[in-house]
Ligand binder design. Structure first.
Ligand SMILES: Cc1cc2nc3c(=O)[nH]c(=O)nc-3n(C[C@H](O)[C@H](O)[C@H](O)COP(=O)(O)OP(=O)(O)OC[C@H]3O[C@@H](n4cnc5c(N)ncnc54)[C@H](O)[C@@H]3O)c2cc1C
Length: 321
């Protein structure tokens, strides 16, 4: 986690009368790339994030697929370097959550935050990334924060020397299992099919890790604990057999979904809620762009998010011209 933002943080409530050229919502790799590009083009730019800059990149353990870092780089260090780069340009940063966008079809659009602030802009770049997808079970809600987590990097140190489980089998589940294995004694990786869906290098690393035991064709059916989670009940769908596993935490990594709050804008999304854009990163609402994981695309990684952000900012700049 980045302890303190190096960007100038303005959390004061203000009612700006001057419109920004560009407001970028979300300071992950896509948003920071967009803001850097807009700032370099001397556009009056505001970057907003409900948290500190970095996005999901700062939750990654070792990023070994980003060009220019042959030995890999910790996600938190990469995010910090991106933030350092952004400091070189004139971009305002505000740490607050965006609740809604009003007047989205007007020339000057309004961005409303949870602090009651209204910021105005001619163009907006949506770069809010994705949110963890819940399992949708009762026990998950019951033990949330008491043995159910969606955030391996933040919570790993609580489980040093303990047994935990990760549910999921894609890239994020594998990244999480790989990261947690440094801390925990033993990790069950529970997946509903008989193979992982992660990229090969990551999959191979996880499967070769002696601390990680995959449990194939299985689902978490129930959980038990007095104050905190103590056990989970796992159903093997092939055999129909149930097993109880003693664990201290269940990390849920069954996918990520687009945030819904801001998508009341009549922006076209696909059936899963990902924003549809063209190759200029334009959404179906004039003046509103989308970049990074939030948009409908094939590969969701840091490199593609950075690329999207730059394309969106260049085209927002051209539109302003
Ligand atoms: C555990 C894990 C490990 C990963 N490891 C790698 C890896 O090794 N290599 C790789 O290439 N990719 C990796 N990824 C994927 C990569 O992190 C993402 O593809 C990338 O971060 C997407 O960037 P983004 O800017 O689109 O979104 P994000 O990084 O998710 O950033 C979105 C930002 O928007 C902010 N936000 C959301 N809603 C609002 C709102 N309403 N108001 C204000 N701010 C808001 C969030 O706080 C966040 O900071 C990993 C992902 C995870 C989860």
């Amino acid at each position: 986690m980045i302890e303190e933002s190096k960007l100038q943080v303005d959390i004061s409530i203000r009612q700006s009368s001057d419109a920004y050229d560009v407001i970028v919502i979300g300071a992950g790799p896509a948003g920071m790339s967009a803001a850097l590009c807009a700032g370099r083009a001397k556009l009056k730019t505001l970057l907003i994030d409900k948290s500190l800059p970095g996005g999901e990149a700062s939750t990654a353990y070792i990023v070994d697929n980003f060009l220019g870092f042959p030995d890999g780089i910790l996600g938190v260090d990469l995010a910090s370097k991106m933030e350092d780069h952004l400091k070189r340009v004139d971009v305002e940063f505000v740490c607050t959550s965006v609740d809604s966008i009003q007047d989205s079809h007007a020339k000057i659009k309004q961005v409303h935050t949870n602090l009651g602030t209204v910021y105005k802009a001619v163009t907006i770049i949506l770069a809010m990334g994705l949110e963890p997808k819940p399992l949708g079970t009762l026990f998950e809600r019951q033990f949330m924060g008491r043995g159910v987590s969606y955030y391996a990097q933040g919570d790993a140190s609580w489980y040093r020397g303990k047994n935990v489980a990760v549910v999921g089998g894609g890239n994020c589940a594998c990244y999480a299992a790989d990261y947690l294995s440094q801390y925990v004694d033993h990790l069950y990786l529970i997946h509903r099919s008989d193979g992982l869906k992660a990229v090969k290098t990551l999959k191979d690393r996880v499967l070769a890790n002696p601390k990680i035991r995959p449990i194939w064709n299985s689902e978490v059916e129930d959980a038990f604990g007095v104050d905190r989670l103590e056990k989970i009940k796992v159903l093997n769908r092939s055999t129909g057999q149930y097993t109880w596993l003693d664990i201290k935490c269940l990390f849920v990594y069954v996918g990520r979904i687009p945030p819904k709050e801001l998508l009341t804008l009549s922006i076209k999304v696909d059936e899963k809620g990902f924003i549809l854009t063209d190759e200029y990163m334009r959404t179906t609402v004039p003046g509103i762009y989308a970049a990074g994981d939030i948009r409908e695309k094939q590969i969701r990684q840091i490199a593609t998010a950075v690329s999207d952000g730059m394309i969106a900012a260049v085209n927002a700049g051209r539109e302003l011209e």
